[in-house]
Design a protein around this ligand. Structure first.
Ligand code: GLU
Length: 505
């Protein structure tokens, strides 16, 4: 058989914000598709109208746009296999439900919820399957005339998959290897409901994967239990030759490693579990997102890529292009991946260092504005270059470098006690004069003259520098002293020194 073109899909149900685990699933699909020159499809699985949440689809699209994950076809992208929203494909599913019914692979069942409850009460561990379907009200136990009459009367029904008992179902999973399960543990799943004229997830999912020529189904571990059912559906339709390969990704675990990652873990430990901030339209509840929390999309991608996969060596920082080159489904782990959110912070730090100072300055300027600071772009770029190695978030730059933009309004008491000596006022007045007289106010220019002055006066370098820092910064922190005075410029430096002398005496 000729090699199939790689075609993968990401198929979320629009039931709310996209969980970060879903983002990782989409990312792995994307890396796989790009690596193989394949296509990536965006399909919306909205056959469960009860769980539909307005805005979810737009949210998901915006998330991928921000993250740089591109789709080749699907909802909002177009393509030849549409429509890509399952609620718009009713007629297609009806046709395939009929094929299964006509071939005796499925049957119609009229049992009401009350009747099903009664059976559950009567039979321990009741399951609608080969052992019980003969006792129920369905097209296998009723005559054709009775069935037709019930439908004509407008009675609601479902179509169930007729699963043959006691067969080994083989699921070949690219990550987990061959999984064999016995068909007797499966129930006759509902594939279609007359009430809303819509298929259930299982039928719609595999019909669409088939029609959209999906070659690889890469999805979260939570869908592993449905894989045998899906294999049986492919066989029932006679589509074994085009059945996609499966890969079920490892679960994302709590940072401590016990149990599945949940939104509550994020709330408890202070990290987002959604790509973007989300406002639930029903409850009004707001949830934080990576974007608004100040993460760079590249950092989020890199962080997620390594949750359940590694390149086989200890390389950690990888761009999207490198990830596309290196990604390998066979290197995905079977066991769950601890959601080490601190690693996410570490990646953000790395990417801030990697980005140009101009780019980070562009992100910092709105934050400066929030603090009422308008500064020339060149100055912001310089300050960013000096200070960015100290931060993991652009927002934190303000905490470490606000003094470059705003003169100290007060002087830290502890630092004053420790650093402002008896002769500091006199020394700082002298130093201000020395600095005012310097023509070459470059870092080196200042350093040479000030150091000569200290030597000549036989002052203590440490004491002078500490007091100098206090006058410009207002406390004991900051980079090299002459870096600060150079950025501030002569006039501002001298003015700050004079003011400090006045206030501190
Ligand atoms: N609609 C399913 C979801 O919301 C898709 C599962 C699959 O990829 O088959 O996750």
């Amino acid at each position: 058989m000729a090699e199939r073109k790689v075609r993968v899909r990401f198929a979320p149900s629009p039931t709310g914000a996209l969980h970060i685990g879903g983002v990782r699933t989409a990312l792995y699909n994307y890396l796989f598709a790009r690596q193989h020159g394949g296509d990536m499809i965006f399909r919306i699985e909205d056959t469960d109208s009860n769980r539909f949440v307005p805005g979810a689809e737009e949210y998901i699209l915006e998330s991928f746009k921000w993250l740089g994950i591109h789709f080749d076809e699907g909802v909002s992208f177009g393509g030849e296999h549409g429509p890509y929203r399952q609620s718009e494909r009713r007629e297609i599913y009806k046709k395939y439900v009929k094929i299964l019914l006509d071939n005796g692979k499925a049957y119609i069942a009229f049992d009401t919820p009350e009747e099903l409850d009664a059976k559950r009460a009567e039979i321990a561990n009741f399951q609608y399957d080969a052992s019980t379907r003969g006792m129920m009200r369905n097209s296998l136990t009723l005559s054709k005339d009775e069935v037709d009459a019930l439908i004509a009367e407008g009675k609601q029904y479902v179509v169930r998959f007729k699963i043959e008992p006691n067969e080994d179902v083989h699921v070949n999973d690219l990550i987990r290897g061959e999984v064999i399960i016995n068909s007797s543990i499966l129930d006759d799943k509902v594939l279609y409901k007359s009430a809303d004229e819509l298929p259930t997830y299982h039928l719609a999912n595999i019909v669409d994967d088939h029609l959209m020529e999906v070659s690889h189904v890469i999805r979260g571990e939570e869908w592993l239990p449905s894989a045998p059912l899906h294999v049986l559906l492919y066989l029932a339709f006679g589509w074994e030759d085009t059945m996609p390969a499966f890969a079920h990704l490892p679960l994302l675990l709590k940072p401590e490693g016990n149990g599945k990652l949940s939104k509550r873990d994020g709330d408890r430990l202070g990290f987002p579990v959604f790509p973007l901030e989300w406002h639930d339209p029903k409850t009004g509840e707001a949830s934080s997102g990576y974007r608004e929390a100040g993460y760079l999309p590249e950092a989020v991608i890199n962080f997620l890529a390594l949750l359940g996969w590694n390149p086989g060596n200890d390389q950690e920082v990888m761009s999207m292009d490198e990830l596309i080159r290196l990604f390998d489904l066979h290197r995905c782990s079977k066991s769950g991946a601890k959601f080490d959110y601190k690693k996410g912070i570490w990646f953000n730090h790395q990417y801030i260092q990697q980005k140009s100072n101009e780019e980070i300055a562009g992100l910092f300027i709105p934050i400066l504005k929030e603090h009422g600071v308008e500064a020339p772009f060149e100055k912001v770029v310089t300050v960013v270059g000096m200070m960015k190695d100290r931060v993991s978030f652009v927002r934190e730059l303000w905490d470490v470098c606000s003094f470059f933009f705003v003169a100290p309004a007060e002087y830290d008491e502890k630092t004053v006690k420790k650093r402002w000596k008896e002769d500091s006022a006199k020394c700082m007045t002298e130093l201000a004069e020395v600095l005012a007289g310097i023509d070459d106010f470059s870092i080196e220019g200042q350093e040479k003259i000030v150091m000569d002055w200290i030597a000549e006066k036989e002052y203590h370098t440490g004491n002078i520098m500490n007091a100098f820092r206090l006058t410009l910064v207002g406390e004991g922190k900051g980079p090299h002293m002459f870096d600060i005075s150079w950025v501030l410029g002569k006039e501002e430096t001298v003015a700050r020194m004079k003011r400090a002398v006045e206030v501190l005496k």
